[in-house]
Design a protein around this ligand. Structure first.
Ligand code: TMP
Length: 237
């Protein structure tokens, strides 16, 4: 597989074309941003961890019937993925109140929901990724009703898998963000990444945060938290 020109540089990844029009190469950076790019920094080794973690989880999800973009890990930071047109929705699933949910609704962090919640943001940096409901998504032509239904079904199935997976290594999955894309034939598949950048992961025994909130909230110990969550992943059978 030949790596061709860079197509795009995002906040945490670069994307390259390949000699196969259906395949792209993503390269994970150590760059970290928060609050729509307002806060900038580096988390040393993050790119390697996010690449490896996301690939391991995506590979497992594929075997559970959740189609996704993962094809092959090429190196520590680079992965071959299926080319998709990203659906501009941030799909957020929550099991426990935290972050923007706690702030918006005045609910203390740590309150456990009876059932997981799902919400959508319009993936649009210029607008600050505003929250939107499914009828807004339809009105904006972001996705069809059937696509939204598929996305919701997959997102909740991902939650079910990830919760159990992390539970088995003493980690509580608080919430996470997913992105989906359309392949050239219009099939919806899971894309982007699943990593400590995009999930809240708390040590079940101590409540310690093992994710990007340590960076967002200037808590220190960011690199150690990423290393610890990777170590937990590696202990999983
Ligand atoms: P929130 O509570 O700030 O809305 O975040 C919910 C989840 O989504 C949390 O696990 C972090 C993740 N997330 C992203 O992956 N990207 C983002 O831009 C934001 C705001 C949150």
């Amino acid at each position: 597989m030949k790596k061709l020109c860079q197509l795009y540089e995002g906040k945490a990844k670069k994307v390259y074309a390949t000699d196969d029009p259906e395949l792209l190469i993503v390269s994970y950076k150590d760059d970290a941003t928060a609050f729509n790019g307002l806060k900038k920094g580096t988390i040393k080794g993050k790119g390697v961890i996010n690449n490896q973690m996301s690939n391991r989880l995506m590979a497992r999800l594929a075997t559970m019937g959740i189609p996704n973009h993962f094809v092959e890990e090429l190196s520590e930071r680079e992965t071959l993925v299926r080319r998709v047109e990203i659906v501009p929705l941030e799909v957020i699933v929550r099991n426990i109140a935290a972050g923007s949910f706690s702030k918006r609704y005045g609910v203390e962090e740590g309150v456990v929901f009876d059932e997981p919640t799902i919400e959508y943001s319009y993936k649009n940096d210029a607008l600050g990724d505003p929250l939107l409901n499914t009828s807004h998504a339809l009105a904006l032509g972001i996705a069809t009703e059937q696509e939204i239904e598929t996305i919701q079904t997959y997102a909740l199935a991902v939650n079910h898998f990830l919760r159990t997976f992390w539970e088995e290594v003493g980690v509580t999955l608080v919430d996470f963000k997913l992105e989906f894309g359309r392949t050239s034939d219009g099939t919806i598949i899971l894309a982007d990444e699943i990593s400590p950048d995009t999930c809240r992961l708390w040590d079940t025994a101590t409540g310690e945060k093992l994710d990007k909130d340590r960076f967002r909230r200037d808590m220190g110990g960011v690199e150690n938290a990423y290393q610890e969550i990777m170590r937990r992943l590696e202990t999983h059978s």
